[in-house]
Design a protein around this ligand. Structure first.
Ligand SMILES: Nc1nc2c(ncn2[C@@H]2O[C@H](COP(=O)(O)OP(=O)(O)O)[C@@H](O)[C@H]2O)c(=O)[nH]1
Ligand SMILES: [Mg+2]
Length: 433
């Protein structure tokens, strides 16, 4: 059966939580990935690292790092096999095996904690998680360095909480969310002393709650196109945020997941825009409906695309739109017209209106997006360019300010660099140790 890349599982509480479990899980996942690659057993590592007893580090961050290092050593040791005979040359076109490093183990831990089975895991997913973690590395480094200074040694006190507040604001989490998180932590402190690890876990839980609030307000926790039915995803946002790139990536995810997909090139404002979306369509193997005449009416392109989609039994129609027009009124009028056409011609389709936001623009991006929230009946957000910012906390400000779920995150310019959003993965990559 084709794996549906849009479907996500939420974290479970039945996560394996002993180091031995994580190592065993990672080992099975590693062996499974190797098998999928149809490569012989891993080349032996240099002599199994003799793991010195980790010193008893005082800082909780150092302890966490030492714990992962010792798990990694155990994993490497468990995978070592005899040296292959010298004559057994490795096949030429073999993809490189996944690196057995801290990033692999971290990704394995995240997947295990979400209740995934090692046998379902692919190298692509491991790579994506590493990418997300790398994307958020700048943010995490800032946060953790400051945390080390704040709660490095003892339980959280009032002074430390004040510094936590600054830290959250600097990561662009926004005033409202920061105030709420700090209040919750203060309430806990009044009841009991909070050792740093506990404080960090508490904070992670609070951040997840913020990201998941839209689910309690009627938004489904998942956004998966419904099979055998027309789903129309209208992709909006200001110029340059990554709409067209995201459409290319979504088209790729869709075909890989077995959906019949089509793209409507409804950004007719810039001549180059249609060409750009066609290139992405080609890469993803998805046809693009466009109108060759200059300044064609976007609503007419969408009309044609819906006709083609209905005739061909397309399941996912992705609509690229313009991010800038002569003025704000024109932009709003155009989006509303496109929307009217969709409602009229495809009344039974499942319509999603997704706003693309560039994470590197921070709070400014959020302000720029205001016009779309008014015009486009938004149902969700796609956050791009996480790989280019040290302020990944913007995801929380977005959820809070717009009251919309984040549906996808992008962390790179390649075809694979987009994944459905998981609050668990996001928060772990943001502040997980
Ligand atoms: N680093 C990075 N660049 C991205 C990402 N998504 C898009 N871009 C780049 O952002 C630029 C604008 O993207 P484009 O899709 O044309 O934006 P549009 O005007 O909204 O359609 C291009 O150079 C993309 O390669 C991302 O997740 N990470
Ligand atoms: Mg574009």
């Amino acid at each position: 059966m084709t794996f549906n890349w849009f479907e996500r599982r939420t974290a479970t509480t039945s996560a394996p939580d002993t180091p031995a479990d994580y190592v065993a899980w990672a080992k099975r996942a590693y062996e499974h990935i190797r098998q999928q690659q149809q490569v012989p057993e891993p080349a032996p590592a240099s002599p199994p690292p003799v793991e010195p007893d980790p010193p008893a580090p005082t800082s909780f961050l150092a302890r966490a790092a030492a714990l992962r290092q010792s798990r990694l050593a155990a994993l490497k040791e468990s995978l070592v096999t005899p040296e292959p005979a010298a004559s057994e040359a490795a096949p030429v076109a073999t993809p490189p095996p996944p690196a057995l490093d801290e990033g692999f183990l971290w990704s394995a831990e995240i997947l295990a904690a979400q209740g995934r089975q090692p046998e379902e895991v692919t190298l692509e997913e491991i790579n994506w998680l590493q990418k997300l973690r790398q994307g958020l590395a700048k943010t995490r480094r800032n946060v953790l360095n400051q945390l080390k200074a704040i709660v490095g040694q003892g339980p959280l006190d009032e002074r430390a909480v004040g510094e936590l507040e600054t830290l959250l604001l600097q990561a662009d989490v926004g005033v409202t969310v920061t105030d709420w998180v700090i209040q919750q932590i203060q309430a806990q402190i009044r009841q009991e002393a909070l050792p740093p690890e506990v404080a960090l876990k508490l904070m992670a839980g609070l951040l997840r709650q913020v990201l998941e609030r839209p689910y309690q307000q009627g938004h489904s926790p998942h956004l998966t196109p419904v099979k055998d039915q027309l789903n129309i995803w209208l992709i909006t946002g200001v110029n340059g945020v990554g709409k067209t790139t995201t459409i290319g990536k979504l088209a790729h995810l869709a075909t890989k997941s077995g959906y019949r997909c089509l793209i409507a090139a409804a950004d007719t404002f810039r001549a180059a825009a249609v060409e750009q979306v066609k290139i992405w369509g080609e890469r993803a193997g998805v046809e693009v409906i466009s109108n060759p005449s200059a300044n064609a009416d976007p609503a007419a392109v969408v009309f044609d695309a819906i006709g083609a989609a209905q005739a061909r039994g397309v399941e996912l129609l992705l609509v690229d739109t313009a991010g800038r027009l002569q003025n704000k009124q024109n932009l709003m009028a155009e989006l509303q017209k496109v929307r009217r056409i969709i409602d009229k011609k495809a009344g039974h389709a499942r319509v999603e209106s997704l706003l693309v936001l560039d994470a590197t623009l921070g709070q400014n991006g959020l302000r720029q997006a205001q016009v779309f929230t008014e015009a486009a009946q938004l149902t969700g957000v796609i956050l791009t360019k996480l790989d280019g910012t040290a302020r990944g906390g913007i995801a929380l400000a977005i959820t809070q300010e717009l009251g919309l779920p984040i549906r996808f995150v992008g962390a790179g310019e390649g075809m694979m660099d987009l994944r459905p959003f998981s609050s668990y993965e996001f928060v772990e990559a943001l502040i997980g140790i």
